[in-house]
Design a protein around this ligand. Structure first.
Ligand SMILES: Cc1ncc(COP(=O)(O)O)c(C=O)c1O
Length: 453
């Protein structure tokens, strides 16, 4: 009992500390990123010896604030209260989930949520999914499922996977982990707008034949990491059918388009996917890591890790309630509960509105840039990601110039802008994750960049 009182007392103090932090974070005039060098950060923490409150105070002060309206950087969720509270409960319970007794609620919730989301994606009502710690692991798991499904009929053949040249690097990493090396991945050349084209697919097949590799899977991007471009999933699903390929969609970031009536056309064809990766810790406002890997055919999710059939299938058939049978992980957090917390009630409708708001803001920002002298965009935004850069005076190197702009923004601290390289060219890049970010603030940011440059 004393333990519980002690917990209550300290937890209340922590909640107050965090609420004060959130209040301060919403002030756009304050800094979003209090940048300091790695050496300074390490020197502080090397010498730190304060109490619990002082430790949290310092962590809050020295970390980037995703709740600040100027947080427009990487694709990390701005977690909602619902998502955060679910994480707290998961941490207190610390149920391991791999076997049923260690995650009775967790495993049942995982099944409910994955079935609900499978339907949102247009998969059959027999489809299910599993939660994994991150999109990288989900994509690896999907590639393993593809191999388990397709490789047995291709014994003796050298295999490969086809994927957009704009795919997240984790697909390449997954294929290398599977032991196929650089030869096992064939990048499909994308069109000017960074989406996979029919001619790119044909060329990829030719490259596979030249390398003596047999493609077993095609990965569609919904959407790409750098530019937020959606592949034409109808084109890819038809291609997958024609060539008997596993069709995986990496919808880690942009799968949420399914929640919106106006945006879901961008993922038309996703209902044909064999597997879909959805990072809830990107656009579903839940803390990391929370990733759902959906399987059109539930059986495929058991096949991947089948080390011994009797262990997996038992007498009663597949045992959905032991989640450890279907993931790389043994112990894992109660990720499904976080997603339930943000989707139940009217949660999905709210997420749809959030997606529409952020995608609309990206379009408005791109228009503003296009209208303004000396700015250009890499491509029309299809999601909430915009790549842009300032065109310098003729004599200055454009890459250096824009790199310098990013550094100035970083040191100023009111906006956190990242960068990417597209076909060798340096671009500034924003992902408009924060519902508090306004067009006015984005205009202020580019005005700041113009004045000093
Ligand atoms: C399209 C896409 N897939 C996969 C990943 C990797 O996800 P995670 O960071 O959850 O491992 C990312 C990360 O940004 C991504 O954008």
């Amino acid at each position: 009992m004393k333990e519980a009182d002690n917990f209550r007392h300290r937890a209340h103090a922590l909640v107050d500390q965090l609420a004060d932090y959130l209040e301060a974070s919403s002030d756009a005039k304050d800094s979003c990123i209090p940048y300091q060098s790695p050496e300074r950060a390490y020197s502080f923490w090397e010498q730190f010896s304060g109490d619990e409150t002082a430790m949290y105070e310092a962590v809050l002060k020295q970390s980037i604030s995703v709740h600040h309206p100027g947080y427009i950087g990487h694709q990390v969720a701005v977690p909602s209260a619902e998502g955060i509270f679910a994480s707290w409960v998961s941490d207190v319970l610390n149920n391991g989930s791999a076997v049923y007794e260690m995650g009775m609620a967790a495993n049942a919730i995982e099944r409910r949520v994955s079935k609900e989301l499978a339907l949102v994606f247009g998969l059959p009502n027999t489809s299910t999914g599993i939660f994994t710690s991150g999109g990288s692991l989900a994509n690896l798991t999907a590639m393993l499922a593809a191999r388990a499904a397709k490789a047995p009929a291709l014994a003796g053949e050298k295999l490969c996977v086809l994927v957009s040249d704009q795919a997240h690097y984790c697909i390449d990493r997954a294929v290398r982990i599977m032991g196929w090396g650089a030869e096992g991945i064939i990048e499909v050349e994308t069109a000017k707008d960074f989406s996979v084209s029919a001619s790119g697919l044909d060329t990829a097949l030719e490259i596979a034949a030249q390398r003596g590799r047999k493609p077993i899977a095609i990965v569609g991007m919904a959407c790409t990491t750098s530019t937020g471009t959606y592949d034409d999933l109808l084109l890819l699903s038809a291609f997958a059918k024609t060539h008997n390929l596993w069709f995986h969609v990496d919808a880690a970031h942009g799968g949420v388009a399914c929640f919106s009536e106006s945006e879901k056309k961008k993922v038309a064809g996703i209902e044909e996917a064999d597997t879909i990766t959805l990072d809830a810790h990107k656009m579903m406002q839940v803390p990391a890591l929370t990733t759902l890997l959906l399987y059109k055919d539930e059986v495929a999710s058991y096949r991947t890790f089948s080390q011994k059939a009797d262990y997996l299938w038992g007498e009663a058939g597949p045992e959905w309630y032991h989640s450890g049978q279907r993931t790389v992980e043994c112990t894992k957090l109660m990720m499904g509960m976080r997603v339930l917390a943000v989707t139940m009630g009217g949660g999905m409708v709210k997420l749809g509105q959030y997606v529409e708001q952020q995608y609309r803001l990206a379009r408005a920002f791109a228009k503003t840039l296009e209208k303004r002298d000396s700015w250009e965009i890499a491509t029309e935004p299809m999601s909430n990601i915009v790549c842009f850069r300032r065109i310098p005076m003729a004599s200055i190197d454009a890459d250096d110039y824009n790199e310098e702009i990013r550094e100035r923004l970083l040191l100023d601290g009111r906006w956190y802008v990242v960068n990417t390289r597209l076909r060798g060219i340096y671009w500034l890049r924003v992902t408009l994750m924060n519902p508090q970010t306004t067009l006015e603030s984005l205009i202020e940011m580019i005005t700041f960049a113009e004045k000093e440059g």
